[in-house]
Design a protein around this ligand. Structure first.
Ligand code: ZN
Length: 285
C-alpha cells in the first residue's frame, strides 16, 4: 500500500473540465483562470479547443504549466448507415490527433446511443464495440489512451449505451485483452454512484484501466436530465468513498470537476465557480 506522504497535496489534484465554465469563458480565459487559481489540471471540450486551435492551445497550456487530464470527447459511434459510422470513426481519429497535440492523458469517449429511429440497443452496442476497435490502433500509435465513460442509464438512448463500469470493462477486455494501457475507463461519480457493483468494478478496473476520475454531485431533486449537476457537497454522492476505492485500485491521477449546470453554476462568475470548486474539493472530496 502506498503511504500518504507519497501523494501530492489534494489541491494539486484538481482539474477543471471546461464544461463547468463553458458559458462565460473561452479556452484562453479558462487556461489563465486555472493558473490564477492554482488549479493544475484542465480538460477541454473540443468545441472550445477548435475555437482556439489545438496547437495554440497546447502552447498556452504548456506555458501555464497545466496538465491536460483529458480531451472531451470522442465516441458517438452508432449511426443509421455505414457512411455515418465511417464519419464517426474519422471524427474520432481527428480527436485522437488533437488529444495528442495537447498531450491529453486520454480521449474521453461518450460512446453514443441509438441511431435515429432504431430500437436496437444491442445493435448500437455492437457499433460502439466496432467503432472503438477501429480507432484503437490510431490511439495506440498516437500515445493517446481511450477512456470509455459509462454514462448513467438515463442517457442510453441519446448519449451512451454503455451504462455501467462492468459493461465498459468488458469492452476493454474484449478489445484490449493485453491491458497495454491503450483502452480504459473514465470513472465519473455522477454516472456510476448508484451502481451496487461499483466497488467491485473499480477494483476490477485497477490502476491500468482507470484513466480519469470525474467529480460533481447528484442533486435531489434533479430538475434537468443533462444540465442540472451539482457542485461537490450539494448532493448525495459519497465522493470520498468513491475516491478511496479508485485510490485503493491504484489511481493517482487528477480529480476533474465537470459540472453542467444551466440554472446555477453557468450563470455565475467563473472566478467564483473556481474558488468554490477549490473549497468544496477540500471539504467534500
Ligand atoms: Zn464525465
Amino acid at each position: 500500500m502506498a503511504t500518504t506522504n507519497q501523494r501530492p497535496p489534494d489541491r494539486d489534484l484538481l482539474s477543471l473540465n471546461t464544461a463547468t465554465v463553458r458559458e462565460r469563458w473561452n479556452l484562453k480565459e479558462m487556461i489563465a483562470g486555472c493558473a490564477r487559481h492554482g488549479i493544475r489540471g484542465i480538460s477541454p471540450w473540443r468545441d472550445k479547443l477548435a475555437e482556439l486551435g489545438a496547437k495554440e492551445a497546447a502552447k498556452m497550456i504548456r506555458d501555464h504549466g497545466l496538465t491536460v487530464t483529458g480531451l472531451c470527447r470522442g465516441g458517438m459511434f452508432p449511426a443509421a448507415d455505414r457512411q455515418g459510422r465511417k464519419r464517426a470513426i474519422e471524427d474520432n481519429l481527428r480527436a485522437i490527433d488533437d488529444a495528442a497535440t495537447i498531450e491529453a492523458r486520454c480521449l474521453v469517449l461518450v460512446v453514443g446511443g441509438l441511431p435515429p429511429g432504431s430500437k436496437d440497443i444491442a445493435g448500437a452496442r455492437e457499433m460502439v464495440r466496432d467503432g472503438i476497435g477501429e480507432a484503437l490502433d490510431h490511439a495506440r500509435s498516437s500515445g493517446v489512451p481511450l477512456a470509455i465513460e459509462p454514462l448513467h442509464p438515463m442517457y442510453a438512448a441519446d448519449r451512451a449505451c454503455v451504462n455501467t463500469l462492468a459493461q465498459a470493462l468488458d469492452l476493454c477486455d474484449e478489445l484490449d485483452s493485453g491491458g497495454g494501457g491503450a483502452l480504459g475507463v473514465a470513472v465519473d461519480v455522477y454516472h456510476v454512484w448508484w451502481d451496487p457493483e461499483l466497488a467491485r468494478g473499480i477494483e476490477r478496473a485497477g490502476e491500468k484501466r482507470i484513466l480519469a476520475f470525474h467529480i460533481c454531485d447528484w442533486l435531489v431533486p434533479t430538475t434537468d436530465l443533462l444540465l442540472d449537476r451539482g457542485m461537490m457537497g450539494d448532493g448525495v454522492i459519497d465522493i470520498p468513498r468513491v475516491r478511496a476505492w479508485v485510490e485503493q485500485a491504484g489511481y493517482r491521477g487528477f480529480h476533474e470537476v465537470e459540472i453542467l449546470s444551466a440554472k446555477n453554476w453557468w450563470k455565475r462568475d467563473p472566478d467564483e465557480v473556481l474558488s468554490t470548486m477549490k473549497e468544496r474539493h477540500e471539504r467534500f472530496c
